[in-house]
Design a protein around this ligand. Structure first.
Ligand code: UN1
Length: 508
């Protein structure tokens, strides 16, 4: 059984947990409720600056040791952690469903993502390699080394309460860093469960130092305090664009490094050459999966006018067949929105779309029959828009799909790129010319561009992130590990002379 052993006598979670030690504080009381039924799950305390400082000092001391442990040995810790996660997969998924309201299937998928990134990081722990570069000087060798960076701060959102941390944490660990994690106030137990399993894994690995990782609970103020600390050479933040803008400014002011994964306003282009039945399935999963609360959720459908009506008819039919309700029940494909504010935002956006000339084709209602009392359950909305109006340009974290039409591919791409966000994108077409154009430099301007699959559900092996207001960061696969290390260029002279670069003569 997963034992969340961090409770104090009064049933409140401590403000911070480092290794297995709990640090209490007299910080602001916080409470998190389950989106399923609005019931209170957990009381906790926000960390005070004093608690944050204590944690940071311990993470710094542990970093001094951890950076000297050979990387493959650091990989061993991540391997053991991944084993523990595998063992507890079901329980962890249940916790995600309880705190984030995702369906059990999707929560299991998220835990699988944690497992997959562990495997990736273990392999990576033997591949943290630099280049050797031809030196212009005789008897000189030039090479790069990648060194650990320091304690890394991870700020994560409610919708991926384990996987997004794991993308950052597993790579940062094999790269020789220690970790502070400020999770969303909505999902403290998910964070504490990860912390607990990591602490167990640490005990399984011989000579593994303590204090490699800490969870620090708190609100925005705590996040802000932590972000300001020079002790964190890297701040990796996932969340809204306004939050990212603040983090970026604070970190830039102290010349630190930030890794941002912010909002998306993801679109799919459906051309006359598309396999429409394939497109339909991709659209529905991308638009309503996780109740439209993924940063990769599909929000704009840009469809050629010749296939528009046919696609709308099939979409309405598919939307009508969706089962919505308690995310713990296997047959529901949609769970609740995270809270009342999310519903206010959804209602507001649907109303604004109508005022801006949109026609509500389906959904957008709050449901009360056959759903748990106290949660916010909605029918996903389909809105036919006359053009890319202001509301279409904004990301609303809810299941609303705006439908736009186009005549030429050029026009479709211009609409596609005509928003400030740049995370994920897709084209559906069996025409290779259309596909390659969309994926080319003249095509999608997003960090993720897909053909004949949806916008959401990215695999961990690729670099994940986007351009423009999405923040520019890349996490997870490919060479994203370089974010968590510092590069040193070394030039070694093994000869008896001291030739200078650029042929400069400086004879004493
Ligand atoms: C997020 O919503 O912050 O591509 C991350 C996906 C997931 C990750 C989403 N693998 O949908």
């Amino acid at each position: 059984m997963l034992n969340l052993q961090f409770l104090q006598d009064d049933g409140t979670f401590a403000a911070a947990v480092i290794d297995s030690d709990t640090l209490v504080s007299d910080g602001k009381p916080m409470l998190s409720t389950s989106p399923i039924d609005g019931r209170t799950q957990v009381h906790s305390q926000a960390a005070t600056p004093e608690v944050c400082d204590r944690v940071i000092a311990r993470l710094q001391a542990a970093f001094e040791q951890w950076r000297l442990v050979p990387a493959p040995k650091r990989g061993e810790l991540v391997r053991c952690f991944g084993d523990r996660v595998r063992e507890h997969k079901e329980e962890l998924a249940e916790l995600i469903t309880l705190e984030a309201g995702k369906t059990l299937q999707e929560s299991l998928g998220e835990v699988q993502e944690v497992i997959d990134i562990c495997d990736f990081a273990v392999g990576l722990s033997r591949q943290l390699h630099g280049l050797t570069i031809a030196s212009e000087r005789p008897q000189h060798r030039m090479m790069e080394q990648w060194h650990p960076l320091g304690p890394c701060l991870i700020i994560s959102a409610f919708n991926f309460p384990m996987a997004v941390w794991a993308w950052n944490a597993t790579l940062a660990l094999v790269c020789g860093n220690t970790l502070a994690w400020k999770p969303s106030e909505q999902t403290p137990q998910c964070a504490l469960a990860m912390q607990h399993l990591l602490a167990i894994a640490q005990r399984d690995v011989e000579d593994c130092p303590q204090d490699l990782s800490a969870v620090i609970l708190g609100d925005r103020e705590v996040g802000d305090y932590l972000t300001r600390q020079r002790a964190f050479p890297l701040v990796s933040a996932t969340g809204s664009i306004p939050m990212g803008r603040e983090v970026a400014q604070v970190v830039a002011a102290r010349l630190g490094r930030s890794l941002l994964e912010l909002g998306g306003n993801n679109a799919m282009v459906v051309t006359p050459a598309a396999d429409l039945s394939l497109a339909l399935r991709a659209i529905v999963f991308s638009a309503v999966g996780t109740t439209g609360q993924r940063c990769t959720s599909l929000r704009r459908l840009i469809v050629h006018h010749s296939v528009k009506q046919q696609l709308i008819d099939s979409l309405i039919k598919a939307y009508k067949s969706l089962s919505i309700g308690d995310p713990r029940s296997e047959h529901n494909l949609l769970g609740p929105l995270v809270n009342e504010q999310a519903w206010q935002a959804m209602q507001g956006a649907v109303k604004a779309a109508q005022q801006q000339g949109g026609k509500l084709l389906y959904g957008g209602e709050r449901l009360s029959d056959g759903v748990p009392y106290g949660g916010v359950y909605v029918s996903p909305a389909l809105v036919d828009m006359p053009g890319q109006t202001a509301i279409v340009e904004a990301e609303t974290f809810a299941p609303i799909l705006y439908i736009l039409s186009y005549d030429t591919l050029e026009e479709a791409i211009a609409l596609h790129n005509g928003v400030t966000q740049g995370l994920s994108s897709a084209i559906f077409s069996q025409d290779i010319g259309e596909v390659e154009t969309f994926l080319s430099a003249a095509g999608s301007d997003c960090g993720i561009a897909n053909a004949n699959i949806g916008t959401s559900g990215a695999e961990i092996g690729g670099a994940f992130g986007g351009e423009k207001d999405t923040g520019g960061g890349r996490e997870s696969g490919s060479d994203a590990w370089k974010n968590y290390m510092r590069r040193a260029t070394n030039t070694i002279n093994y000869g008896g002379d001291l030739p200078l670069a650029q042929g400069i003569q400086f004879d004493l």
